[in-house]
Design a protein around this ligand. Structure first.
Ligand SMILES: Cc1ncc(COP(=O)(O)O)c(C=O)c1O
Length: 447
């Protein structure tokens, strides 16, 4: 996606310099240092408002915490009516502390520990979405021990996946969900245990889908599975979770997802549910992450060094894949393609050279932009990666090479709030046995 288009759509008022939420990015870098994540609250709000308006009122939307778990972001979406989809005991704590109504929290994801299931049941969250027969049995045992009922939906790994997404999670062997062909096993467990309350079906088979017809195909599939479960087992389906996966444009040639047409398709599905006695109580639920927060985020770095090696020019910046694995192409991309990037204070300059922009790690994988055309960069310039609100900081190897973790700020119509401080060297020691004191190691004596 071209920088000019992105800037015009998301960061209006930027001319020579990039402005987010009414504040020049160089001011943010000056105040908070680099590397830095800056989230434009207005962009996030607009995404929420657009999706909420497009999707029928009968459908619930749960923000997927894994996309960006910063509490300020969670609170922002909760305040606008979002529930939260969580995937770990840690995300449960984040959801609760952010003030999400308990019944609007749903817990999906593999490897739910007994402790996590217990915490979810004790906190009386809305639903646990089961990923296996074993998990169903454990949820039952824990619910019985606690003397509560576990509200559960079953996540299904469909027999065919959603074509057209960047990362497929269904349609083949997968650790996610229960194979569509083997549903009877988990349903037998769920329906035979009084401590487990069957609420519905969850189907999520891919992320970063830009074609609304692909998503609708997946939603129809979810509806068909829910209907057949209701018919076969005589159960009432109350939740039909059709997953997340709504994409944003990153690369050349990609265009925005048409959420209005997606909404029209959902309207038809809501109508079909309402008219179908087997699905009349089913509430359709979406759980997008990337779509809601991805476009609001900028990752801002500073040029530390510039060098030419055997004819190739490298612009070396102070942060890279340690903070933004996805932009380096190492999070699910088969062939590295560049995220949209720019020199922050030189948007109006024509590109003059082709360079690799690389981060500070001692690995050739740490490339933020390969063979990218830029104005000629100088040491001290600010370099930004766009579309960096989702699966960026949270999905990166922050500890690699022990660089300080980046701060996060939220800019809301000229008001800037630090929503996560920059890491310090003290953080490198905080989880060691005794502030830096490692236990003594006894070396065996050579005989
Ligand atoms: C169960 C589940 N729900 C929702 C999401 C959010 O997906 P996206 O950010 O593509 O909307 C994910 C992402 O992996 C997921 O695993």
């Amino acid at each position: 996606m071209s920088i000019a288009t992105l800037v015009e759509r998301l960061f209006p008022g930027s001319r020579r310099e990039l402005i987010t939420g009414g504040v020049p990015v160089s001011d943010l870098a000056g105040r908070f240092g680099t590397p830095l994540f800056a989230y434009d609250a207005g962009v996030a709000d607009a995404r929420w408002a657009r999706l909420r308006a497009a999707v029928p009122a009968e459908c619930a939307i749960a923000y997927s915490v894994k996309a960006n778990p910063n509490p300020a972001i969670l609170r922002r979406f909760i305040a606008r009516g979002a529930g939260l989809e969580i995937a770990s005991a840690g995300e449960l704590q984040l959801a609760l502390r952010a003030g999400c109504p308990r019944d609007a929290v749903l817990f999906a994801g593999p490897a739910k520990t007994d402790a996590a299931i217990e915490a979810a049941l004790q906190e009386r969250i809305g639903e646990i979405h089961l990923e296996s027969v074993g998990e169903a049995r454990r949820a039952d045992a824990i619910a019985r021990r606690l003397g509560v009922t576990a509200p559960v939906a079953i996540r299904v790994n469909p027999a065919e996946d959603a074509q057209g997404g960047a990362m497929r999670m269904g349609g083949r062997s997968a650790p996610f969900g229960v194979d569509e062909e083997a549903l009877q096993d988990v349903i037998a467990v769920v329906l035979s245990r009084p401590s487990v309350d069957f609420r519905g079906i969850h189907l999520f088979s891919g992320t970063q889908i830009l074609d609304y017809t692909v998503l609708l195909r997946q939603y129809r599939k979810a509806l068909a599975i829910a209907r057949s479960v209701a018919a076969r087992y005589g159960v009432v389906v109350r939740t039909l979770d059709v997953g997340g996966g709504l994409g944003i444009p990153y690369f050349d040639g990609e265009t925005e997802l048409d959420v209005e047409r997606l909404g029209k398709g959902l309207e038809e599905l809501v109508g079909r549910c309402q008219q179908d006695p087997l699905l009349a109580s089913a509430r359709i639920m979406l759980e997008p992450g990337r779509y809601l927060i991805g476009e609001a985020g900028l990752y801002v770095t500073r040029v530390i060094d510039i060098k030419v090696s055997r004819g190739k020019k490298f612009v070396i910046v102070d942060g890279g894949m340690n903070h933004h694995l996805a932009a380096s192409g190492n999070l699910g991309q088969v062939i590295k393609r560049n995220f949209p990037v720019a020199l922050v204070e030189r948007l109006d300059e024509a590109p003059k050279e082709t360079v690799d922009v690389v981060g500070p790690l001692c690995t050739p994988l740490d490339v933020l932009a390969r063979d990218v055309r830029l104005p000629s960069a100088k040491i001290g310039d600010l370099f930004a990666v766009f579309q960096s609100g989702a699966y960026a900081r949270t999905a990166s190897p922050l500890g690699f090479l022990s660089h300080a973790s980046p701060a996060e700020v939220m800019v809301d119509d000229r008001t800037v709030t630090l929503i996560r401080r920059r890491g310090t060297h003290a953080d490198l020691f905080h989880d060691l046995p005794d502030t830096g004191e490692l236990p003594a190691v006894t070396t065996p004596r050579a005989s």
